[in-house]
Design a protein around this ligand. Sequence first.
Ligand code: GLN
Length: 377
Amino acid sequence: IHSKLPDVGTTIFTVMSQMAVEYNAINLGQGFPDFMMSEELIALVNKAMTDGGNQYVHMNGLPLLRERIAEKVEQLYHNPIHANDCITVTPGGTYAIYTSLTSILQAGDEVIVFEPAYDSYIPNIEVNGAIAVRISLQFPSYNIPWHRVKASITAKTKAIIINSPHNPTGAVLHESDIVALREIVAGTNIFIISDEVYEHLIFDGIAHQSILRYPDLMERSFVCFSFGKTYHCTGWKIGYCVAPAPLMKEFRKVHQFNCFSCHSPVQYALATYLQQPTPYLSLGGFMQQKRDYFRSLMQQTPFTLIPSHGSYFECYSYAGFSDEPDKALATRLTKEKGVATIPMSSFYKEGTDNKVLRFCFAKQATTLEKAVERLLQ
Ligand code: GLN
């Protein structure tokens, strides 16, 4: 077979989770909570099924759910978006990003992507015959070097992918980044793909810089969200994309022949559950507590924190005590200490190794305690 993705192997999340199972390690690698989600939301899904909500809903998403999403967007980001034309419910955030890229990319187009990059972005670009123009975030702040972005724009630049709060680094965009982005795209036809799946996981009193706050940028953007990250149900694979009508029209052409329509009972349930803002408004505080606790535990170890303000990941440097390659260390910690993490070089196409591991702290306090105890042994 002539591979469409010759350089692509198995995603690091699967590799590390499998290794964690094999060696009975505590899994701080792949990002998912190890605690229970809302019982109320589960009951709502059960109710939807019992009430007969088991057939296809509209291919763009249950209309009532899209209305609730529009209300949420208006409340949070003061942007009145059209539920019918501008929102599509998707099987997860990753799918929303893939579909956005697939709906706009032609062979030979260039897409600017920042490394470390969430591991689906570059394959999503390349499977479409487009070219990923990779720019490294500044190390160790993981800020975007906007002068380099400016210098990388060509006549073929079709899109820029941004992600805040950022996976894997936890870095968040500030207003100055939005100003720089605006300056770069002004007067061009460049699209923005904004991965905002961690919109509520932002800490230390910082406000999330959603593209949805900025109508001028919104005009050229696909903005992607995830209910799994917000409601502790990553396995439900449900999210949504927001885009202006002409872009959403193209998105839906791809979506209708790929997924068509998402899991119905979950959509009925979410339409009801979304009426309460408390679960998502309280998420940042809840997760910051976990982050702060994990930070305090990690202080006993020789790892050095690379501070950040968002997502449910924290990055730690081990350059101070080892020069082992990060993949080797992550493997050794899983096998010998029983703690799985994600080696940061997996998020660079050419494997740049800054001696950093990513830890997921969306775990029960006892899990975090046990993991750090094991690291100390
Ligand atoms: N988003 C999750 C993470 O970064 C993983 C999702 C997946 O395994 N595909 O850990």
